[in-house]
Design a protein around this ligand. Structure first.
Ligand code: AKG
Ligand code: FE2
Length: 402
């Protein structure tokens, strides 16, 4: 799972603003002093920080929810064998969704939309866009969030039969796409760090998805990832620990740290407190935070990442995979000097899953600190069958005018 710059090296070459450094060190000093008193008191009261709290027993195969199969229904539905493989590995494909020419023209369209349209329809708001410009993070990765419900070209692909049928085979007859995004890697840009997420809490206080009925955690939602250009190890292809949904300790530990960040900080030496605060407060997105947790796990519970099987998903333009994001996944950096890597991603779920039920403010972590934005009204794209369910009250998108 190596091939990434260690976080210590990243911080050795990365400067934060002087006031940010003062805030970090001031807080780290306070925590180091409190540690002398609070840590023993918490221990006496049986409330010491526990990295492995709430760890669940390993899960078995995914309980697939759909029953339409290629053998009976034809179309693009999955075969019995493909569904059985998915239940065991948590990934389907690569399979073709777009012709090469259509994928490449979508890449051109992605650039056009980014340069001319997305800032007008972005969910992020002016303050965040301004900060992204200031910190050099103004990119399609963030501006494209949730735009699938606003542009026909994106909508049509996200609901196409090539996508909807396999989703129905896995999720059932009723399917929604609750979030969409381009994943862009500019030449020289680092890869997406390894991460595992079942219900998309990310930097929020509550998960964004909440199933109204008990469900295998690996199938509350599924990801679609379409390569819009050829991708390989040099050009930022996707990487997956197949079947790793069975062991959810990586996400569990991440949540334990988020839920008791103070307790976690109390368990660390000064230099680690500083690194944790800097990474938590002043890095863009969630990947550096995932790396912080990953490096901590490597030191404290190395068994989490033993006996793993990495699959490098080198894909041609127009090919796609469907996977559970409880499968730990990542991407290589883009080590080409002149080629952009672009992928279109959609996230799919069922109408009986509450989307943004908790309406907690979503936070976009930026180098200027966490910035709130409102997703609670973001409508889901209806993909197949019925879009609504008596248990939930999800907003459903109308076909966009353009
Ligand atoms: O494309 C990438 O680099 C990361 C994609 C990813 O993490 C996802 O689709 O959930
Ligand atoms: Fe991901």
């Amino acid at each position: 799972m190596d091939g990434y710059e260690a976080l210590d090296d990243y911080w050795a070459r990365t400067r934060i603003m002087p006031w940010q450094a003062v805030r970090v060190h001031f807080t780290a000093v306070i925590i180091s002093i409190l540690k002398l008193v609070v840590k023993p008191v918490r221990a006496l009261r049986g409330r010491s920080f526990n990295l492995l709290a709430h760890v669940e027993a390993p899960k078995q195969k995914i309980d697939v929810l759909g029953n339409k199969r290629q053998e009976e229904h034809g179309g693009y539905y999955m075969s019995e064998e493909e569904v059985a493989n998915f239940a065991n590995n948590g990934i389907h494909g690569p399979f073709r969704v777009l012709e090469k020419e259509d994928a490449e023209s979508l890449l051109t369209e992605a650039t056009y939309l980014f340069e001319n349209e997305f800032h007008k329809t972005s969910v992020l708001g002016d303050e965040i866009l301004k900060t992204l410009k200031e910190t050099g993070d103004y990119s399609n990765n963030y501006l494209s969030l949730f735009q699938g419900s606003r542009y026909r070209r994106l909508w049509d692909i996200l609901v196409s039969r090539q996508v909807a049928h396999p989703m129905e085979s896995l999720l059932g007859d009723d399917v929604l796409c609750w979030r969409s995004q381009f994943f862009e890697k500019q030449p020289g840009q680092e890869g997406s760090f390894w991460h595992q997420t079942g219900t998309f809490r990310e930097s929020d206080k509550k998960p964004k998805l909440d199933s109204s009925v008990p469900r295998h955690p690996a199938i509350v939602q599924l990801n679609l990832w379409i390569a819009l250009c050829d991708t390989d190890k040099e050009k930022a292809c996707l990487r997956m620990l197949e079947g790793s949904f069975k062991d959810s300790r990586f996400e569990r530990i991440t949540l334990n740290i988020q839920d008791d960040i103070f307790g976690f900080l109390l368990s660390l030496p000064y230099s680690e407190i500083v690194k944790t605060l800097k990474t938590d407060w002043y890095t863009m997105g969630n990947f550096k935070k995932a790396q912080l947790v990953y490096e901590h796990i490597q030191r404290k519970v190395p068994s989490v990442f033993e006996d793993i099987r990495i699959r490098d998903l080198e894909m041609k333009a127009g090919e796609a995979v469907i996977f559970t994001s409880l499968n730990t996944h990542a991407s290589y950096s883009n080590s080409t000097s002149d080629k952009v890597r672009m992928a279109l991603s959609g996230r799919y779920t069922r109408p009986d899953v509450h989307i943004f039920k908790h309406e907690s403010i979503t936070v976009l972590p930026t180098k200027g600190g966490g910035m709130p934005y409102d997703v609670s009204k973001e409508p889901a794209i209806p993909v197949s069958g019925s879009a609504t369910h008596p248990n939930t009250d999800n907003n459903i998108a109308e076909y966009p005018p353009r």
